[in-house]
Design a binder for this molecule. Structure first.
Ligand SMILES: CC(C)(COP(=O)(O)OP(=O)(O)OC[C@H]1O[C@@H](n2cnc3c(N)ncnc32)[C@H](O)[C@@H]1OP(=O)(O)O)[C@@H](O)C(=O)NCCC(=O)NCCS
Length: 137
């Protein structure tokens, strides 16, 4: 798999199709919002045989904080280490070094991120959120 941060190479149809129908976190998201989120993020596409097979998006100020979201590998390509390669590339990106906090939310892939140093928050009681999980449904 080749990994690139070139947004012009991204297959927006594939990304929207996965997020809106198969993801556990963005079901029903309109294509226009997917497009806008990509426009305002650092995005990582994974490609094999000229097709996109993986995606990850980072929301960041590129100085102190980053948030990793929308990580997926297409079903036919899972179990081959692609997500590990993607997370490795994210954490190695020059614009994402020296951050004070790098966050993500994951219910069932926590073991993936734990391999790269992500841990449950040391003080979960200080974290707060406004969460609207069913916003697009
Ligand atoms: C989770 C996902 C990205 C993993 O991609 P993948 O390329 O198949 O995973 P890899 O082959 O790189 O292996 C992932 C590693 O994390 C571990 N892991 C932990 N939780 C996992 C999970 N829910 N799914 C897959 N792997 C998981 C695996 O054991 C593996 O480690 P190992 O090689 O040491 O055994 C992929 O299954 C996917 O797209 N799922 C649907 C979307 C999703 O849930 N994304 C994560 C949102 S936070």
């Amino acid at each position: 798999m080749e990994i690139s941060t070139d947004k012009s190479a991204l297959d927006i149809t594939l990304i929207h199709q996965f997020l809106s129908t198969q993801s556990a976190w963005a079901k029903g998201i309109p294509r226009e919002l997917v497009q806008r989120s990509i426009g305002n993020s650092l995005c990582f596409g994974g490609y094999a045989d000229g097709r996109q097979i993986a995606f990850a998006r980072v929301v960041s100020d590129f100085a102190t904080f980053a948030y990793l979201v929308d990580v997926f590998v297409v079903p036919q390509q899972r179990g081959k280490g692609h997500s590990k390669a993607l997370v490795k590339a994210v954490l190695a990106h020059p614009d994402l070094q020296g951050l004070r906090r790098f966050m993500l939310a994951s219910s069932d892939a926590r073991g993936l991120y734990a391999q790269f140093g992500f841990r449950a928050p040391a003080r979960p009681e200080i974290l707060m959120e406004i969460s609207r999980p069913d916003l697009y449904l």
